[in-house]
Design a protein around this ligand. Sequence first.
Ligand code: Z5A
Length: 223
Amino acid sequence: MNATSARLGRFITLEGGEGAGKSTQSRLLAERLRLRGFECVTTREPGGSPGAERLREILLSGAVAPLGATAEALLFTAARIDHLDHTIRPALARGAFVVCDRFADSTRAYQGALGNLDPVLIRALEHTAVGRTHPDLTLILDLPVEVGLARANARRGDAAADRFEREGQAFHEGLRKAFLEIAAQEPARCAVIDASRSVSEIADLIWAAVESRLLAPSAKGVA
Ligand code: Z5A
C-alpha cells in the first residue's frame, strides 16, 4: 500500500498540547461516528501499528533526545511511515473513518517549532511519509497550558513523567503557539476547539465541526 492507493474514507486528526483531552475526545468522536453507521478506526501517534508502537517506546523513554531534534524527527517519521502503511491507508481504502490522536502537525510543532529544525527538512520528511494521505480535518484542541498540565499530572499520579512531560512551562507555551499558527495557516483543514470546557461540551464542538466539514451534503466528498 503506498501514498497513491485509492482513498475512500475520511481522515481526522486531533492535535494539541499535554492533557488537552485528545485521547478522550478521539474515543467519543469514534462512538458518535459508529452510531451514525460508519466504520471508524481509532489510532494514535507515535504508534498505531506494531512496528510504530515499538518505536513509540524508544521515543517516549527519552533515549533518542540526546541525539538531537533531527534524530527524533527521523524516528517519528519512520514510525509514521509504518503506521500509514499498516493501519491508516488500509482503513481509508476500505472507506472507514480514521480518527488519529496526533499526526504530522505534532512533528511540525515539537521537532520543528520547538526543536528549531529547518522547516524545509520538516516539510520534506512530511512529504516523504504522508504523501497524499493528508488529514481531511484536524481538530486543534486548545487550552491554557496550566490547565492541560494539571490534568496530565492528575492522571499520571505517582508514575514517572515521559520525555515531553518533563519539559517546562515555556516549552508548553511555545507548543500552544505553534499549533495555533498551524491552524491559522491552514484554516480549511484545521478547526480550533476550546478544550478548556467540559468533556461533553468539547465533544459537541467537535461533532459540530465534523458534521459541517465532512458530513453535510455541501461538504466535499461526503463519506
Ligand atoms: N510527539 C512528537 O514530539 N512528535 C510527533 O511527531 C508526535 C508526537 C506524533 C506522545 O505522548 C508524545 O510524543 C507527545 C508529543 C510527542 N508529548 N507529550 N507530552 P502521549 O501520546 O503519551 O501523550 P499526549 O499525546 O501528549 O496526550 P496526553 O497527555 O495523554 O493527553 P490527551 O490525550 O490530550 O488527554 P486525555 O488523556 O484525553 O486527558 C488527560 C486527562 O484529563 C485525563 O485524566 C482525562 O480524564 C482528563 N480530561 C480530559 N478532558 C477533560 C476535560 N474536558 N475536563 C477535565 N478533565 C479532562
